[in-house]
Write a protein that binds this ligand. Structure first.
Ligand SMILES: Cc1ncc(COP(=O)(O)O)c(C=O)c1O
Length: 393
């Protein structure tokens, strides 16, 4: 069983490595071109232009104007600035505001909404269907006169299920309700266009698509009311004050430029690998099911439940055999509770505990898939023999 020295990375939804070109583009700014873009001397001024250039790459990737892109430290910060910033902006006009989100959002959105509830904001957490998608009719029913914002993700980090944002914005826009979209797991996997989605605010994170960690952006449609949640300098329209992280911004711009160039061809390849992997699992391992398999999904994600076996036991065993993947989302690792996403999809706790998230990326090959299909059934068989709840082996 331990016949392979192969190391396979199947956890691209947790993070990705940087493309070579991204590292190359960043290097001068980690060394000789260290100036602060706010400085008036030439060290500063020669770096102003590279921020503008990166902003253009990010904006063009999502169909926005450069002036609508605010650099942040990543998805979590973008979500916070967006949601808290809108609530602040409406404080006087709507003293008892109502927000809509879904039960399957990332903790960056869920915990922000929960914190706001403690400050008197009413929040509706929409359920999802068994296939992991949100029912637009549910959303429409929950809209009230006090609803100021809805926050819904492009695609889910655990299942990859794509949410019906066009229909959602079609309901919200005529009513003047702001739509915030967490696009962290969609970027680089499917086309994300703020105009097509009808997003007023949209969060991005570079490390999910071959850019650096600790950098992201918030798209703010011109005229969208967002009050700053931080105090400090003038940078990023005052929404994200603080000295710009120029090496990361440059790398982020390059990651966007390259992802835009290769999106279609790279993801067609990844999708074919994912489908072959999934079919192989269903064929070789009895009594398993694919969570979200019936809904439209991003091409790189496969979430499989093996009832009776803990996902954590599977991922640890697979890790020892050279396969890096996740039992839930990376943010929930170490959390003994089953995934909130799978619970919302109606899986019972045993099924939800038995989930494994396989997320592919541009480095993966047919050989990686073959090696996994060789190893995974053996791991499942062995763990099922040890399990007190005997699944079929
Ligand atoms: C859907 C979603 N939103 C937000 C985040 C947080 O992004 P970051 O790691 O850049 O803070 C993640 C990270 O996994 C995510 O998957």
């Amino acid at each position: 069983m331990n016949d392979s020295k192969r190391r396979v990375y199947f956890d691209h939804n947790a993070t990705t490595y940087m493309r070579e070109e991204v590292i190359e583009a960043m290097l001068p700014f980690l060394h000789t071109r260290f100036g602060n873009a706010s400085s008036l001397h030439f060290f500063g001024q020669e770096n102003r232009g590279v921020i503008d250039e990166a902003r253009e790459h990010v904006a063009s990737f999502i169909g926005a104007e450069p002036a609508e892109v605010i650099f942040t430290s990543g998805g979590t910060e973008s979500d916070n600035i967006a949601i808290r910033g809108v609530v602040r902006a409406f404080r006087e006009k709507v003293p008892e505001p109502h927000l809509i989100t879904s039960a399957i959002e990332h903790p960056a959105v869920l915990k922000t909404c929960e914190a706001l509830e403690k400050e008197g904001v009413a929040v509706t957490y929409l359920p999802c269907r068994r296939d992991g998608s949100i029912d637009v009719a549910d959303l429409e029913k929950t809209v009230t006169d006090s609803t100021i914002l809805a926050s819904i993700m492009v695609s889910n980090n655990e299942t990859g299920v794509i949410q019906p944002l066009k229909e959602i914005s079609g309901i919200l826009r005529p009513r003047g309700i702001i739509l915030h979209v967490d696009a962290v797991q969609g970027m680089g996997k499917i086309p994300v266009d703020v105009g097509e989605l009808g997003a007023d605010l949209l969060s991005i994170s570079a490390h999910k698509f071959y850019g650096p960690k600790g950098i992201g952006a918030l798209y703010v449609r011109r005229g969208t009311p967002v009050e700053p949640i931080y105090t400090g300098g003038h940078q990023e329209e005052g929404l994200r004050p603080g000295t710009e992280n120029i090496p990361a911004i440059v790398g982020f711009g390059e990651a966007c430029r390259l992802s835009a160039l290769h999106l279609e061809e790279e993801n067609a390849g990844i999708g074919a690998l994912r489908d072959r992997l999934q079919e192989g699992i269903l064929e070789k391992v009895p009594n398993v099911h694919i969570n979200g398999g019936g809904a439209p999904r991003v091409p790189n994600t496969c979430n499989v439940t093996v009832p009776g076996i803990e996902g954590e036991a599977m991922s640890l065993n697979l890790s020892m055999l050279g396969f890096a993947l996740s039992s839930g989302s990376a943010c929930a690792t170490g959390d003994p509770d089953p995934s909130h996403v799978l619970k919302a999809m109606g899986l019972d706790p045993v099924e939800a505990q038995g989930a494994l998230r396989i997320s592919l990326g541009i480095c993966n090959t047919d050989e990686d898939v073959d090696a996994f299909l060789e190893t995974f059934p053996k791991v499942v068989r062995r763990l099922r023999e040890l399990s007190p709840i005997k699944g079929e082996s």
